[in-house]
Design a binder for this molecule. Structure first.
Ligand code: ADP
Ligand code: MG
Length: 264
């Protein structure tokens, strides 16, 4: 599985480079989300740099979706703050999109009775004025040919993989600086996952930062330069491509990771 979803051969075989420090784009500090008395997200702090590709991995129920929804202002932030290039991100979804964030939610959430074209128009409407988009319509069409092939079809009639591609295209058409994806691989065949991830790689290479939320640790660790491990509503540690998948998966079950000889 992991072999089909790695970064391109060219990238993978390039000599390891020391990563350049990147300016913070998204900064999440001490974020808390509660549902009634249940604490789903508890003091979560992490950042994504300009143009970075960062993972957020954790088991089912870890608080991954709640974290993304709170960043977007779609669930109430019980604590903490979210900043984009230093400016506070208001907890109102419509304003968040205008600041340059776009989310592809878990389960895609297309409007099933609207055509693919109409769904895409909603993304385009959210575009900020006076900017040349990083990906123009032609580039989005090339990355996701289903958006052209099935433009007139009702979105609800498409397969899960096709809907995922339309949902990513819709988010991209708002021309985000940061794309947040909630488990884009869920329910897709390995071939479709490989094609979606290769599109994400291309999108990132055009300067769009990506925060990729996944349950699938091995795939995410390999794909992202850095990954945060979220368990029980808390960030347990930060992993990179040198972190063993066993360490990450063991932490899903409560084991404290050993990083550089120090127990965290
Ligand atoms: P993940 O995306 O990592 O699977 P979630 O953020 O969906 O985790 O959920 C974190 C915790 O919050 C879980 O215990 C889940 O049951 C709970 N939870 C999520 N959404 C709601 C909700 N709308 N109401 C009550 N509890 C919720
Ligand atoms: Mg989730």
């Amino acid at each position: 599985m992991s072999g089909t979803v790695t970064r391109s051969e060219a990238t993978a075989s390039a000599p390891e480079r020391v990563p350049m420090p990147v300016a913070p784009l998204l900064e999440v500090s001490n974020l808390g989300v509660t549902y009634g008395r249940a604490q789903a997200v508890d003091g979560v702090t992490f950042s994504v740099g300009e143009g970075e590709l960062v993972g957020l991995v954790g088991p089912n129920g870890a608080g991954k979706s709640s974290t993304l929804l709170a960043i977007m202002g779609e669930v109430r932030r019980a604590a903490g703050e979210v900043r984009l290039r230093g400016a506070p991100v208001p907890a109102r979804p419509e304003n968040v999109v205008r600041m340059g964030l776009a989310m592809v939610p878990e389960g895609r959430h297309l409007f099933p009775s609207m055509t693919v074209h109409e769904n895409l128009e909603l993304g385009r409407l959210a575009r900020r004025q006076g900017r040349t988009p990083r990906l123009d319509d032609a580039e989005v069409a090339t990355l996701f040919p289903v958006t052209v092939e099935f433009a007139r079809r009702r979105a609800g009639l498409l397969s899960g993989g096709q809907q995922q591609q339309v949902a990513i295209a819709r988010a991209l058409l708002s021309d985000p600086d940061l794309l947040l994806l909630d488990e884009p691989s869920l329910g897709l065949s390995p071939t479709i996952v490989a094609s979606v991830f290769s599109a994400l790689e291309r999108i990132n290479s055009l300067g769009v930062a990506i925060l990729l939320v996944e349950q699938r640790a091995e795939m995410t660790l390999e794909f992202c330069a850095r990954s945060y491990v979220l368990v029980g509503g808390r960030i347990r540690f930060e992993a990179d491509r040198s972190t063993s998948v066993e360490t990450v998966v063991a932490s899903f079950f409560g084991a404290a990771p050993v990083v550089s000889g120090n127990r965290l």
